[in-house]
Structure formats: C-alpha cells, structure tokens
Design a protein around this ligand. Structure first.
Ligand code: ADP
Ligand code: MG
Length: 250
C-alpha cells in the first residue's frame, strides 16, 4: 500500500474536518441538493490536485467524468486567478492547469461505466510521468442511474450496476494512489421511488464504498456547510466555507 496523499480544499476548517484534506485511495462522496456547491468543490479540487505539495497539492493530473455537462473551463480560470502566490514566485497560467484536466462527457450509465474503464488505461500511460493521475471526479455518479432505472422491478439491476461501477472507481483509486471524488444529488421533494429524501441516492451501495461522505448545504450568501457523516476514523462534525468567484475560501 502506497502512502496516502492529502489534497487541500482551500479552506482551513474544511481540511480540518477531513483530517488534513481529501485523501488518496479513498472515495469522497459529496451529496446535497441542487446548487449546494458539489460541482464547485469538484472544480476546486481539479485545480488543487495540481499544486505542489507545499501548497497542499499532489503535482497530479485529473480525469473528470462529467455526466451533467457542468464542467466549465472559465470556472477553472477564475479559480486559478484566485490561487495564493506560488512559493517560487512563478505566475499561475490557466492553460497549464487546463491541459492536466481530462474531461469526458458521459451520455448514459453504460457509457459512464466504459469511461471509468478507459480512465484506467489513461492513468496507466502517465503513471510514471511527472503528472500521474491523482484525482478522478465523477459528477454526478448517480444521475444517469437514477434517470434510467425507474420502477421497482429495476432496482436490483440498478444497484448491481452502480455497485460494479463503484468498485471500478475504488480500484482506480488504489492502483493509482488517487482520490476519487463523486457527487450525488439528493431531492428536496420526497421521491417515492428513491425513498427518504434526506438520504442520498444509491443507498447502501454508495454508503459502504465511500470512505468519506460529506453532506453539503447552503447557508447565508456564499456560505456553505459541509458535514462529515459516518466516517470510520474521524469524528462527525461540520465545517463552514464560502464559494466565491475566486473559488472556495474560508
Ligand atoms: P451543485 O453541483 O451542488 O448542484 P454547484 O456546485 O453548481 O451546485 O453550485 C452552484 C452555486 O455555486 C451557485 O449557485 C453559486 O452560488 C456558486 N457559484 C457558481 N459559480 C460561481 C462563480 N463564478 N462565482 C461565485 N459563485 C459561484
Ligand atoms: Mg453539479
């Protein structure tokens, strides 16, 4: 087992909640209602994973499986401009960050599963380069499954497929010493098929595979609250952070 790496969220309290940042060889699940900031956190991590270790990064590159077409290069640009200065005085260039972000759009759940498999091949190719893949984002991990599998009869089928997909992701994290960051939307209105509206889609399968589960919710203005739920080795707790034009801030 390789040494676990940690990547900063750009927010002190959020990092502390996670025991020093988001860990590699782990699945971090961000869940919460639409607009709570899941995709914002994902963009920030896609930037931060590329930073040098002394700035809380892992000198890595990233693969994003985008299922909702919400990846925005312009947002990466804003976040790069909002970075603290480099210790060696060099100027951050957005292009340098964008070239290390490999985005693949997933059109349905089967395609999403295939993309996770191709991610493995891509990571293998750059494994011994100076920019190994240290982050795999699936935003959202459940949306296609939720949309495609409707009706009670298909529930077991859906869970089985999602389960296999999550195990592929976990394996990717282990083999590449990478952080797996997945998002999962919860419904504000009761959803009779998916059950308890306060519980994330995916139920048990996702619950047991994720190493860290974070429930995000909106607070006043830019403020967001992240709650760590059911961590095996960290105390439950909450962190307050802000989503600003410059990215995530304390
Ligand atoms: P989710 O993925 O959980 O549905 P998002 O991560 O897309 O939600 O969050 C959207 C919210 O993020 C917006 O409502 C806004 O508050 C904030 N946001 C998005 N872009 C910017 C920006 N450029 N500057 C400041 N805040 C932004
Ligand atoms: Mg989103």
């Amino acid at each position: 087992r390789k040494q676990v790496g940690k990547v900063t969220t750009s927010c002190k309290s959020f990092d502390e909640l996670l025991g020093g940042g988001m860990e590699t060889q782990a699945i971090v699940e961000l869940y919460g209602e639409f607009g709570c900031g899941k995709t914002q956190v994902a963009h920030q991590l896609a930037v931060n994973i590329q930073l040098p270790v002394e700035m809380g990064g892992l000198n890595g590159s990233v693969i994003i499986i985008d299922t909702e077409n919400t990846f925005r290069p312009e947002r990466i640009d804003q976040m790069v401009k909002g970075l603290p200065p480099a210790p060696d005085g060099r100027i951050w260039e957005t292009e340098d960050f964008l070239k290390n972000i490999n985005v693949a759009r997933a059109f349905n759940s089967n395609h999403q599963i295939l993309l996770a498999e191709s991610a493995m091949d891509l990571a293998e190719k750059v494994k011994d380069s100076e920019r190994p893949v240290r982050l795999l984002i699936v935003d959202s991990v459940t949306a296609h499954f939720r949309a495609e599998y409707v009706g009670r009869g298909t529930l077991a089928d859906r869970q089985q497929k999602l389960n296999k997909h999550l195990h592929d992701l976990m394996r990717f994290g282990d083999l590449n010493n990478a952080l797996i960051l997945v998002t999962n939307q919860v419904m504000s209105k009761p959803d009779t098929f998916f059950g308890d509206p306060t519980k994330p889609v995916g139920g048990h399968v996702l619950g047991h595979t994720s190493t860290f589960r974070l429930y995000l919710r909106k607070s006043k203005g830019e403020k967001r609250i992240a709650r760590l739920v059911d961590s095996p080795n960290l105390p439950d707790g909450e962190a307050v952070f802000s989503v600003t034009t410059d990215g995530l801030k304390d």
